[in-house]
Design a protein around this ligand. Structure first.
Ligand SMILES: [Zn+2]
Length: 259
């Protein structure tokens, strides 16, 4: 089993032909993949839920991404609370703070909407998938005051910053950028974080692994292979630990049979 802990499948105009990823090794000839597809705004919540009903190995996360926060977002939080009771909705995501120049104008609103989503997450006891850019201090104070678990998606910060998230109990999501040979800082961070605190993601279709090819669902396997080579361990070891980390975090145990 390989789990893509952060992708955006609602962009499929037609259903994906296959969710099986071929992989040859002594142990597996074909491995099953599972996906946690992230929403970004209330308008795509229903499409995400439909995907989970249609495909056995698709779960979803619902939430309001900081890029799409607006004053009317408050009204959607009640609906969000209701939809979160559906069992295939396994997390709040993707939610967060983005204070980079194009998005920082509404920082106070971002903080307010995030803190309400974190509050819901702690009451409903579901994890969160966090997007954070140029807002680490604000994020630390919100997360340390909230009783939530989750993942900081798209690894990409200094070791000190990453360490603070790990100390808060968060996993770190590593995406396709790791596969690029020139991503040295990223490689070093993965070694620093170690297998125990990582989960795998593609952020499909937003992260291109190379300049020539468009993102593919099977890129998750390349991410896993690269983690294995950086940590000098076998691919099977990576897959096993990643499945364990992701199952634990998103509470997926037993869910495959329930759906
Ligand atoms: Zn994303």
């Amino acid at each position: 089993m390989i789990i893509d802990s952060h992708c955006h499948l609602e962009s499929f105009s037609s259903p994906p032909t296959s969710f099986l990823i071929s992989y040859s090794s002594s142990l597996h000839s074909e491995i099953k993949s599972s996906f946690i597809t992230m929403s970004t705004m209330p308008e795509d919540w229903q499409a995400q839920i439909k995907l989970t009903q249609k495909f056995n190995h698709v779960y979803c996360a619902l939430g309001i991404h900081p890029w799409y926060v607006e004053s009317s977002s408050f009204e959607h939080l009640l609906e969000l609370k209701k939809l979160m009771t559906i069992s295939s909705v396994v997390a709040f995501g993707e939610i967060g703070l983005d204070f980079s120049p194009s998005y920082k104008k509404n920082r106070l609103l971002q903080i307010e909407i995030l803190s309400q989503q974190l509050d819901l997450a702690s009451r409903i006891e579901k994890p969160v998938s966090i997007h954070v850019r140029k807002a680490h201090n604000e994020m630390f104070s919100l997360l340390s005051g909230a009783c939530v678990s989750g993942v900081i998606h798209g690894l990409g910060a200094s070791k000190e910053v990453v360490r603070r998230y790990i100390d808060l109990g968060f996993k770190i999501g590593v995406n396709g950028i790791i596969v690029r040979d020139n991503a040295r800082r990223y490689h070093e961070l993965v070694r620093y974080v170690g297998l125990e605190h990582l989960v795998l993601e593609t952020d499909f279709p937003h992260v291109k692994i190379d300049l020539l090819n468009s993102p593919k669902l099977s890129d998750i396997l390349l991410v896993a292979q690269k983690v294995a080579s950086l940590l000098h361990i076998s691919l099977d070891q990576v897959l096993e630990q990643m499945a364990q980390n992701t199952h634990q975090l998103f509470n997926l145990h037993g869910m495959l049979d329930d759906k």
